[in-house]
Design a protein around this ligand. Structure first.
Ligand code: ARG
Length: 510
């Protein structure tokens, strides 16, 4: 399995969220001893009130403090937050708002803060509400007054909008990496199985023979569109909201292009009100992941069906399955089942975000803090499912004989016989009627069309001669469909070739 940076971060986050919770509990019981314990914590700003206390005549209710805090879930954006702060400080310095000494102190302080976080030495405080104030307070605790200047010309509103966009840009890239790995695996599988014959279904009833390679390439098409959506989502979110400040911009002589370029954004969010309140990109990601999970769950459903004793088309390697604690014979397709099941939460996340944003007046509202958990959950879930499928799908073991005899069993070449009669000059509706009679005869005598004698077939139409058997075989049926998008092995091979190029041209970060 590919170890992804986001996965590492997840493990890290999980560990530290427990840590943060327990340290908050001990801090709320005994603030002094907690502060003394940790030299990198924000001793001078033990709560968010340090950031806005001037206007308030009583301190925040302890429950409200916890209720309104987001640090336990937004601290996963610490790298993006620090990167944004560095760019902001550099811009302030270049535009003459911040002295060189203050700028250097801030950059050095942020180096130390990130080192503390990554070494697990950082004391995340719920009293400091979110990732932004935790980091700023820790910086000020380290470097003193220069730290207090970092927030000049900035608000948490444009700060958080910047952080999420930076986070999501990486998340799209991580998901795209896994999806590309999965798509490449499908090309390998399709190539291996390009001539394997199976029944194609409509209404889950045997319809016409297809090649398994062709079926796999249908999965490929579904998932390639998902990659297009990811690319599109990523490129539209790659715009800088920094400089919008709280909502109206700032009176400092800032240069938004400097931060845009330092942060690798493609362009600027044009309107300050929109910049701080737009969460379309989060909805787009959740929508793209909902569609992708819908696709994965369709594939999962086929794998689960095909692995059953009734189908026996495929097997999955043991490493992707589990057994039963009571039934010794069981081997359950847990991975596809779980992927199918996880589709629900990803749909739910999309609905949460759509509903979250509905009716919000401009500009920033605290409601927006609720964007992160559904969004992050969609990132984690999509990434996990893609990773599992990328590992599992190329490892499918195919039972060719079972597939083939299932394709034979359901009169799957009946349409081929009708098409044959049309080529002999009959109207399609008449041909359809004749073949229907032949199928009824076959059902009665347990004979496939290809197993009937020429005399028997001629009993249904005198237009039939012995060249009919070429079209009644499974190979004859699939080979005849050799046009672009058809199921013939040669058409599948050509599709795979084109697909490799299309895949290389799909995810194009701007
Ligand atoms: N934690 C907040 C969020 O996620 C950061 C922005 C807070 N802004 C504010 N005006 N209270 O949205």
């Amino acid at each position: 399995m590919h170890a992804s940076a986001l996965f590492n971060q997840l493990v890290y986050d999980q560990y530290h969220s427990t840590h943060a919770y327990s340290s908050f509990m001990s801090q709320s019981k005994n603030p002094e001893s907690q502060a003394a314990e940790n030299s990198s914590s924000a001793e001078s700003a033990a709560s968010g009130e340090g950031m806005w206390g001037g206007r308030f005549s009583e301190s925040t209710d302890e429950f409200v403090q916890e209720f309104t805090a987001s640090v336990n879930f937004d601290k996963r954006m610490y790298r993006q937050d620090i990167r944004g702060s560095r760019a902001h400080a550099t811009m302030l310095h270049r535009t003459g708002v911040l002295s060189k000494d203050d700028h250097d102190a801030i950059q050095g302080g942020l180096d130390a803060v990130i080192a503390d976080i990554e070494a697990g030495r950082f004391n995340w405080s719920v009293a400091l509400e979110d990732v932004h104030m935790n980091i700023e307070a820790a910086l000020t605790a380290r470097i003193g007054d220069a730290g207090k200047k970092l927030h000049t010309g900035r608000s948490r509103n444009d700060q958080v909008a910047t952080d999420i966009r930076l986070y999501m840009r990486d998340a799209c890239d991580e998901c795209a990496d896994q999806l590309i790995r999965l798509l490449n695996g499908l090309l390998v599988l399709a190539s291996r199985e390009k001539a394997s014959i199976m029944p194609g279904f409509t209404h889950l009833q045997t319809a016409q023979p297809v090649t398994f390679g062709h079926h796999v390439m249908a999965w490929f098409e579904m998932l390639l569109r998902d990659l297009e959506r990811l690319s599109d989502t990523r490129n539209r979110l790659n715009r800088s909201p920094l400089g919008a400040a709280a909502l109206a911009g700032t009176s400092y002589p800032i240069d938004r292009q400097i931060t845009q370029e330092l942060l690798g954004f493609n362009t600027l969010c044009e309107n300050s009100l929109d910049a701080v309140s737009d969460r379309d990109f989060a909805i787009e990601f959740c929508s793209a992941s909902a569609i992708s999970l819908m696709h994965l769950s369709r594939i999962a459903e086929e794998l689960v069906l095909w692995m059953s004793a009734q189908f026996k088309f495929i097997d999955l390697p043991d490493r992707f399955c589990t057994g039963s604690s009571i039934m010794p014979q069981k081997k359950n397709p847990d991975v596809p089942e779980l992927v199918r099941g996880k589709t629900g939460r990803v749909y739910g996340n999309l609905m949460s975000l759509l509903t979250l944003m509905k009716s919000q007046p401009l500009a920033y509202n605290k409601d927006n803090q609720e964007d992160k958990e559904p969004l992050f959950d969609s990132v984690d879930t999509l990434l996990g499912c893609l990773c599992a499928f990328a590992d599992m799908l190329p490892a499918i073991e195919v039972h060719h004989e079972a597939m083939r005899s299932a394709a034979k069993a359901g009169f799957s070449t009946a349409t081929d016989l009708a098409d044959y009669l049309v080529r002999q000059g009959l109207a399609f509706r008449d041909a359809h009627e004749i073949v229907g009679e032949a199928v009824a005869f076959g059902l009665q005598h347990k004979l496939d069309l290809s197993e009937m004698t020429l005399e028997q077939l001629q009993g249904f139409s005198t237009h039939i001669s012995d060249d009919v058997f070429k079209v009644l075989t499974l190979e004859g049926s699939v080979n005849a469909r050799s046009h672009v998008g058809g199921t013939a092995p040669e058409a599948v091979e050509a599709a795979i070739k084109r697909a490799a190029t299309r895949l290389n041209n799909t995810y194009k970060p701007n």
